[in-house]
Ligand binder design. Structure first.
Ligand SMILES: [Zn+2]
Length: 63
């Protein structure tokens, strides 16, 4: 069975304050017609490390 797990979450991002790659909180910022805007914050210091727009393709559920 070939299953590709391409979705990435709970990834590590480099935090300049902590000086190392840190686990991040994923926080939903905006819900857009084209997708959702997520903000990533360091779990260590809370600094925003980046954002991502996730296209709304979560409707692809297996029956
Ligand atoms: Zn940090």
């Amino acid at each position: 069975m070939d299953k590709n797990y391409e979705e990435f979450h709970a990834s590590l991002l480099y935090c300049t304050r902590c000086g190392q790659a840190m686990p991040v909180h994923e926080r939903l910022l905006l819900v857009l017609p084209t997708g959702n805007l997520y903000d990533y914050r360091c779990k260590g210091c809370g600094q925003s490390l980046g954002s991502k727009t996730e296209k709304s393709q979560t409707e692809l559920k297996s029956p």
